[in-house]
Design a protein around this ligand. Sequence first.
Ligand SMILES: Nc1ncnc2c1ncn2[C@@H]1O[C@H](COP(=O)(O)OP(=O)(O)O)[C@@H](O)[C@H]1O
Ligand SMILES: [Mg+2]
Length: 324
Amino acid sequence: MSRFQVVSGKGGTGKTTVAAALALALATEGRRTLLVEVEGRQGIAQLFDSDALPYEERKIAVSSGGGEVYALAIDAERALLDYLQMFYKLGSAGRALKKLGAIDFATTIAPGVRDVLLTGKACEAVRRKDKQGRFVYDHVIMDAPPTGRITRFLNVNDEVAGLARIGPIHNQAQAVMRVLKSPQTAVHLVTLLEEMPVQETADGIAELRAAELPVGRVIVNMVRPHLLDEEALRAASGGRRGEIAKSLTRAGVTGSAALVRPLIEQAAEHAERVGLEREQRDVLAGLGLPTAELPLIGDGVDLVALHELATELSKQGAGGEVDA
Ligand SMILES: Nc1ncnc2c1ncn2[C@@H]1O[C@H](COP(=O)(O)OP(=O)(O)O)[C@@H](O)[C@H]1O
Ligand SMILES: [Mg+2]
């Protein structure tokens, strides 16, 4: 089962929400889970009604199943200090570099360097063991950059390993890539049943596969219920207005055409949406990946709704029982 689960997807499709729900699902199954954020938006803190996350792992949820969710907002500057400390024991030199502005350069000017630090820190948490040699976290879930950037983001250490051919930086980069390209890792893509995000999902999967990064699931988010059965859908989309008007009358909806017409138009719109969603479902089915579906929560996602989404993921085996 994937110990490192990376959640990407088109912006606004629900990456942060799904990553958090996945972490909760695993905790409910009794696992100790670390939820990491790399984009500096404090989206996780918001979701869990907690204060802004400091650069340290902090428990944000405990489940009845005995599992726990820790959270960490990885900050590139602090990760760079860790990195220098780890490889060169440059604690004080690191601070001197900071004074010189080298760190601003590294973390804001060179995005590649930033990504090396972020992926490196996440993989460190994946590999970390306690004194007894057990993994500190059963799972690490990353609220990752969007689909358009995810392959480059995860693959950045490949470039580094190629640039620094020997030495500690080379070894570190290779160790990170070993984690990312192994079955320990699964990259999930969140999408909506709409043409643009589905297309981005298909493109993203092709890119990930070309880079030999392990693709996990497609998670279809904000799925709206179908209100009409097949027969009704055909009637609504076929413009069989007379017929619908008659059944409305039979159902007791009597009234002017001014009342009936908007109802019929709404039904036709609904039928059209269902048709478009089916096309997108077919495209997704063609990708040959396991999927999970999460409903649209009408009133927005609060903590209660987040737990509902987590339960939904567990039911669909997206928590962990099924190998990705
Ligand atoms: N299943 C859902 N039902 C209703 N609203 C959702 C759902 N999933 C996410 N949202 C809402 O959609 C918005 C974007 O979600 P978010 O997780 O922040 O997306 P991303 O991280 O991809 O930008 C947020 O307001 C969030 O509460
Ligand atoms: Mg987000």
